[in-house]
Design a protein around this ligand. Structure first.
Ligand SMILES: Cc1cc2nc3c(=O)[nH]c(=O)nc-3n(C[C@H](O)[C@H](O)[C@H](O)COP(=O)(O)OP(=O)(O)OC[C@H]3O[C@@H](n4cnc5c(N)ncnc54)[C@H](O)[C@@H]3O)c2cc1C
Length: 453
């Protein structure tokens, strides 16, 4: 008879309070693991996996638990493998512009270390102050800078991974090029802990942009803000970030913590232009003129403190909305940039028909809209209406040529909707790939693919 503490002696937590704390993430789902394991090395991850493989114990990799789709939430009799203690920055190679990190490194910590060396790692999820790079790789996380710089997958050169049977292998390269065999790195990036444990990450980094200018543009009409986005891109300016917030979002943020955002605007665009010192002021002026011509009130953050404060306000959106509605349903659909006004119209219509408040913000530049259905789980009837609204939100995004998730992944909460976007052939092929990595189905079962489908 197996003793679960033998999975990795001295690294196992089984106290009820530990099981509670590792039972949830930033979604509203909750579970209770059988135990929590906290390895400190690849060898320990490998030994824990080999034990679980032998005894058929389901494993759930976990970073900081900030995921929005319950990817790190344990289902029945699972063991959480928390990678948070593997948190060393192993190397910053400024000659070759490569950083090597363990998975538990917090995103912002790497950002600060790189900045002090004049370097830059673009992926900047709004959770960067607390989410781990392992979680970012597993979710293929993006952030405001994705418009110009891409998402996590664009920076992962290679990985060290531990397969569910405990074997350790390295994928990809440590160079900027490499095409030997199938691209296993890309396969593992975004696999949401369903294929392997990520135990080491080889990242490409960039030189820090010479200059940044941050603008806040307040519009009286959402359509005008959307037009401004199209005109900025048509003017061949790709800002480092181009974020939008609707009126309700701004109000929730100001109630949470007064940042001085204009509460009477229908829509705000938070825009950052970055690049060589010579071209940035010119691009910022052009953006200000485009937004001004559409009736926006434009403010330029003229010192580091005001810039930081604006980005702090942006990062406060999620906590602010959770404060208003702790069980809100949060989706992150993407539509082609030019279709944002159509999507926002559909959302208004869905909100009216289902009598649920919908609050929107997101990455206007790449069409990624964070749709927040503000509902209270204790009100069963309202919650059911909200859940029905979700399906229509996805239908609307797909009808406009979009996708049901831009960065939060599928996890548990969206597994039931996978077939809305992917064909049965696609899903079958993906399941086949999973079987090769995970023949016993012990890696994060129930995530991405719903049980029995
Ligand atoms: C306030 C807030 C703002 C956010 N903003 C953004 C945003 O702008 N952009 C964005 O993309 N996301 C955002 N997110 C979602 C979330 O922070 C990211 O998805 C992040 O990448 C998750 O990292 P984590 O360390 O918390 O991972 P967890 O939540 O612990 O895990 C997420 C998934 O990754 C798997 N996993 C974790 N570590 C590993 C590993 N080492 N090996 C294998 N699998 C692993 C887990 O099994 C799970 O499926 C936000 C979340 C919050 C709460």
């Amino acid at each position: 008879m197996k003793n679960i503490k033998d999975i990795l002696p001295h690294r196992v937590l089984t106290e009820p309070e530990d099981l509670f704390c590792y039972g949830f993430d930033a979604s509203s789902k909750m579970g209770r693991p059988l135990a929590v394991v906290r390895p400190v090395s690849t060898d320990e991850v490998s030994r824990a996996a080999a034990f679980a493989f032998k005894h058929g114990i389901p494993l759930v990799p976990r970073g900081a638990g900030s995921g929005m789709t319950a990817g790190a939430v344990p289902l029945k009799d699972s063991v959480i493998v928390s990678l948070e203690a593997m948190n060393r920055v192993l190397e910053i190679d400024d000659k070759n512009l490569v950083a090597v990190v363990e998975p538990g490194v917090i995103n912002a910590r790497l950002q600060h270390m790189l900045e002090s060396k004049g370097l830059f790692y673009p992926p900047d999820p709004s959770s960067m102050d607390f989410c781990t790079l392992g979680g970012n790789v597993a979710e293929n996380a993006g952030g405001p800078r994705a418009l110009k710089y891409g998402v996590t997958k664009d920076y992962v050169l290679g990985l060290e991974i531990v397969l569910p049977d405990g074997s350790v292998l390295t994928t990809g390269v440590k160079t900027y090029k490499g095409v030997v065999g199938y691209d296993l790195t890309r396969l593992v990036v975004g696999s949401e802990g369903t294929l392997a444990f990520i135990t080491k990450i080889f990242l490409k980094v960039l030189p820090l942009p010479e200059e940044t200018v941050t603008l806040l543009c307040a519009f009286t009409q959402m359509d005008k803000a959307a037009t401004a986005v199209s005109r900025i891109i048509s003017a061949k300016i790709i800002p480092g970030a181009l974020e939008f917030m609707d009126r309700e979002t701004v109000r929730a943020v100001e109630d949470y913590k007064p940042f001085g955002l204009p509460g009477d605007a229908e829509a705000l665009l938070l825009i950052e232009v970055d690049g060589p010192g010579i071209s940035v002021p010119e691009a910022a002026e052009e953006i200000a003129s485009i937004c001004g011509s559409l009736g926006a009130e434009v403010k330029v953050a003229d010192d580091v403190f005001s810039k930081q404060r604006l980005w702090e306000a942006r990062r406060a959106i999620s906590p602010a909305l959770y404060r208003v509605s702790p069980s809100k349903i949060n989706e992150d659909v993407v539509v082609p940039r030019g279709k944002i006004p159509d999507m926002l119209r559909s959302l208004r219509d869905i909100s009216d028909r289902y009598r649920v408040k919908i609050v929107n913000f997101g990455h206007a530049g790449d069409g990624n809209i964070h749709v927040n259905i503000m509902t209270d789980r204790n009100d069963k009837e309202e919650y059911q209406r909200a859940e029905k609204a979700v399906r229509e939100v996805f239908e609307a995004a797909l009808a406009l040529g979009g996708t049901i998730s831009g960065e939060h992944g599928i996890g548990l909460t969206k597994a039931g909707y996978l077939g809305m976007e992917l064909s049965p052939e696609n899903i079958m092929l993906m399941k086949g790939i999973k079987k090769v990595f995970d023949p016993k189905g012990i890696m994060n079962p129930g995530k991405i693919f719903s049980a029995g489908r």
